[in-house]
Design a protein around this ligand. Structure first.
Ligand code: SF4
Length: 166
């Protein structure tokens, strides 16, 4: 895995102060993509054990409420287990919440084995591609109105999409 950006304190992508990771690579090619250079899987910096340890130090900071994974497309990080291992580590070592942004819908994610493994480690999913015509800057934590903020664990249990409350 390669990543484009890491933010120790991010207040724009999910509730509270979060440590965020923008992974490299995405094939959705949405019109109006706000991170076009991040679509390239070779962009950015290689993910290593040292980088992972640095990331975990940020996550364990008392000011940080959780982690947010964006891109790029986190659900296309299936060439290796770097992201899956990171999410498992966040959950076991910090117990903090994981938000993830994907251009795939929840339904598309759960029907694919590799993507499903990743989503099982996530608490909140902001799903769906960015649609320029549905762009609305008043929306909190999402770019266009087709995107949903989903309570992943409840949705997996109930086998249907349940939106995050509040
Ligand atoms: S899913 Fe995100 S990164 Fe990928 S093309 Fe769409 S807006 Fe860009």
């Amino acid at each position: 895995m390669r990543y484009a950006q890491m933010r120790k304190y991010d207040i724009a992508n999910g509730t509270g102060v979060r440590t965020s990771l923008f992974v490299s690579g995405c094939t959705h090619n949405c019109e109006g993509c706000f991170n076009k250079e991040y679509q390239d899987f070779t962009y950015g910096i290689k993910w290593t054990n040292e980088v992972e340890n640095e990331f975990m130090q940020y996550v364990l900071d008392d000011n940080v409420r959780g982690v947010t994974i964006l891109g790029g497309e986190p659900m296309q990080q299936v060439q290796d287990d770097d992201l899956l291992n990171l999410l498992k580590r966040v959950r076991t070592e910090s117990g903090k919440t994981v938000w993830l942004y994907s251009g795939y819908t929840f339904e598309e994610i759960v029907e694919d084995n590799k993507r499903r493994k990743l989503i099982e480690q996530v608490d909140v999913l902001v799903d769906g591609r960015f649609v320029e015509e549905l762009k609305d800057i008043r929306l909190q934590f999402r770019g266009s109105s087709n995107q949903r903020i989903i309570d992943v664990q409840k949705s997996l249990q109930n086998k249907e999409v349940i939106l995050l409350k509040g």
